[in-house]
Ligand binder design. Structure first.
Ligand SMILES: C[S@@+](CC[C@H](N)C(=O)[O-])C[C@H]1O[C@@H](n2cnc3c(N)ncnc32)[C@H](O)[C@@H]1O
Length: 454
């Protein structure tokens, strides 16, 4: 594994095995981690559209193509810097390309093995992993520099795991036939270890998504150490051939870094839990999903019994309102506004209120101003899911029907038939939140205001 940056620490969590913790504070928007993949598979349809080096995607084929295996790069610089690694994979990728009767899944697995092969062959291990970072087990591992696959493997009891095991076996055979096994020292890549690396994919891979399609996926061991939360404090993006994480809000020393494994923008707690159970095979025990959150509460955030009782009462009322579809955004806005005025932040209550906001938005029970007040309060309270809340707000706005494909909720807000003052207010918040595409949204909003004569 790559060396862990000095700003992070890998240690046991109370609720989710190991996790990554901040050793220093991070400001909102700051990059918290950047880590490179050890295995990448780019699907057939995206071969020309994904740069093999930096993984950036394009609508049209990238201009630099390998005449032997067809891999593409976005620039000459990427092509050149990928050269030494590509030398190890080119012939194998070409061999794979020539195979006709191979299922997409086996092809995918062989592509992963080839990239791992090239990674192991091109990296001098200690460059990849600082000597001082090696654990005892890593030192003993013949595949020095790669993670402890045992801890990452998918359990055989998982639905479909036996079938995936067979597909891996077929992939290993094809990889050997293509010459993969013969061209590397046997001690470096033993079949059992290759199989274990592939078995780590289902529960640890990062998808390379574009245009609503998965162009491929990759395994980034260091990033795999980060746990999921439905109240994440980080988000990730593919950048310069690596996975980069950015802080969604200010992160304090000793806080665990988390990101959301799912797009939960339209799911209730029960739906989220079910989805995580079936897709990822674990019971989510994040702050938002646990009843009292005591297990997951960040250090120093334990509540007194009295506060717990008070919060519990408010949550019960909120839950009841959600149950009978009685939520009005204006009510939620009032509670959030009071919390913000008093600078009183309680994650449990905020989770409940966000949930209520989602329901109210779905029922379209709010004005743009109500949403704006909610968002402003959430922002003041430095509560992350405001992004999600904003998305829910988008749902509640009638304009969504006409503007469903809006890339950003603010766009929907900007087009809403709402009083101008509210639009301006909302746009101001959007800018303050530095939401993606805000410059575009603002321009559109301002043009709209001008059109309406203000
Ligand atoms: C990609 S790994 C994260 C690192 C992992 N904790 C470890 O020790 O290797 C994902 C696994 O971590 C655990 N996990 C992650 N987020 C969790 C959460 N919110 N609640 C419970 N378990 C979680 C689950 O066991 C899951 O299969």
């Amino acid at each position: 594994m790559e060396p862990l940056p000095a700003s992070l620490e890998l240690r046991a969590t109370r609720h989710a095995g190991r996790g990554l913790f901040a050793r220093r504070g991070f400001a909102e928007g700051e990059r918290t981690l950047q880590a490179a993949p050890v295995m990448v598979a780019i699907r057939k349809h995206a071969k020309g559209l994904r740069c093999r080096k930096c993984l950036s995607s394009s609508e049209e084929d990238w201009p630099y193509q390998c005449s032997s295996c067809g891999s593409t790069w976005c620039s000459d610089a990427c092509r050149r810097s990928d050269g030494p690694k590509h030398e190890f994979e080119c012939a194998l990728l070409q061999g794979l390309e020539e195979q006709k009767k191979v299922s997409a899944e086996v092809r995918d697995n062989v592509a992963l093995l080839i990239s791992l092969h090239a990674f192991a062959a091109s990296a001098t291990t200690l460059e990849v992993m600082g000597e001082d970072q090696l654990t005892k087990r890593d030192r003993a591992s013949p595949m020095l520099g790669l993670p402890d696959w045992d801890l990452m493997q998918e359990p055989l009891r998982r639905p479909g795991a036996k079938r995936r095991q067979r597909l891996r076996r077929d992939a290993l055979q094809l990889y050997a036939r293509l010459g993969g096994a013969a061209t590397l020292p046997a001690a470096t890549l033993r079949p059992a270890e290759l199989d274990a690396a592939l078995a780590a994919m289902p529960l640890n891979a990062f998808g390379l998504w574009e245009r609503g399609e998965e162009d491929g996926h990759c395994l980034v061991p260091l990033a795999s150490m980060m746990n999921h939360s439905c109240v994440p404090n980080c988000r990730y993006q593919v950048e310069n051939g690596a996975i980069s994480f950015y802080a969604l809000r200010d992160i304090e020393v000793d806080e665990e870094l988390t990101f959301s494994y799912i797009d939960d923008s339209s799911m209730s707690t029960a739906e989220r839990k079910r989805f995580i159970r079936t897709s990822w095979d674990f019971e989510c025990r994040c702050l938002r999903c646990t009843a009292d959150g005591a297990d997951a509460a960040p250090k120093g955030a334990r509540m007194t019994t009295r506060t717990l009782w008070a919060v519990g009462t408010v949550r019960t009322v909120v839950d009841a309102a959600v149950e009978v579809n009685a939520c009005q955004v204006s009510h939620i806005a009032a509670v959030l506004n009071s919390c913000a005025q008093m600078q009183w932040r309680d994650d449990h209550l905020l989770c409940g209120l966000t949930e209520a906001l989602r329901c109210a938005a779905e029922l379209r029970r709010g004005t743009v101003r109500d949403y704006a007040v909610c968002l402003q309060s959430l922002r003041r309270l430095n509560y992350c899911p405001w992004v999600g809340a904003l998305r829910h707000a988008k749902k509640g706005l009638p304009v969504v029907q006409a503007y469903r494909k809006a890339p950003d909720p603010c766009t929907a807000v900007a087009f809403a038939e709402a009083p101008l003052a509210d639009l301006v207010l909302t746009l101001r918040f959007a800018a303050e939140f530095s939401i993606q595409q805000v410059p575009q949204v603002r321009a559109e909003g301002l043009a709209l205001c001008r059109e309406r004569g203000s």
